[in-house]
Design a protein around this ligand. Structure first.
Ligand code: URA
Length: 219
């Protein structure tokens, strides 16, 4: 009888093979390599980005370019090694010139992401940027308006039949173009770390002036 872990490995292997031979949208024709995702199949934390860029397309791995270097630093700040989390994208193939994903590409590709989420069963999903947040909010029946409004909060959601906590934040690449986003990304990743590790901060609350707890960030 295969254990839960080997069932997950088998399901992910089959999924990766399907992604490799996928022709559901035109992006398969221009990509060098598909970028299915990688990480711990039992991860409590899953990160969902937008789409592969140039370096990801070269290597077939998510977040290995400049945004990936920053993501590794943010993960370390949150108390994680990269291999302890699972990293995926909304799209598995690079859009030419790193343009935004088209709605029909998102529609064609996201059944793969849905299956990844079902396999990994993360407790917390960090939505990196607006494309990821918009898609995951729509799946969870939540309204998405702007990143500035959604980020840095914890959304208790029912997603694909599972209870998850969604925590949207800016895409790491945004801090490469606009350094003022870096402090916000750092604050959001610290929050992500506290949520995944289950620290509420409540136990350190001083008796009179209440310290803010994770509940204060919840929607
Ligand atoms: N940006 C993304 O959204 N995903 C990657 O894998 C790399 C850059």
């Amino acid at each position: 009888m295969p254990g839960a872990r080997s069932r997950k490995e088998e399901a992910m292997r089959a999924l990766v093979a399907e992604i490799a031979s996928c022709t559901r949208c035109p992006l398969h024709a221009s990509r060098k390599n598909p970028v299915p995702g990688e990480g711990d199949l039992d991860a409590e934390l899953m990160l969902v980005g937008e789409a592969p860029g140039r370096w990801e397309d070269e290597k077939g791995r998510p977040f290995v370019g400049a945004a990936g270097k920053l993501l590794n630093e943010l993960l370390a700040l949150a108390g994680f090694k990269r291999e302890e989390v699972y990293i995926a994208n909304v799209l598995k193939c690079r859009p030419p010139g790193n343009r935004d994903p088209k709605p029909e590409e998102v529609e064609a590709c996201t059944p793969f992401l849905d299956r990844q989420i079902r396999i990994v069963e993360p407790r917390v999903i960090a939505c990196l940027g607006r494309h990821s947040t918009r898609y995951l909010f729509s799946k969870a029946g939540l309204v998405f308006r702007r990143m500035g409004e959604a980020r840095g909060r914890i959304y208790r959601a029912r997603l694909l039949g599972m209870e998850v906590l969604l925590i949207p934040t800016f895409h790491p690449a945004s801090a490469l173009y606009n350094p003022s986003y870096r402090a916000l990304l750092e604050a959001d990743f610290e929050l992500i770390g506290r949520v995944v590790k289950g620290a509420t901060g409540a136990e350190q609350a001083p008796p009179r002036r209440r310290r803010r707890t994770l509940e204060d960030f919840m929607v």
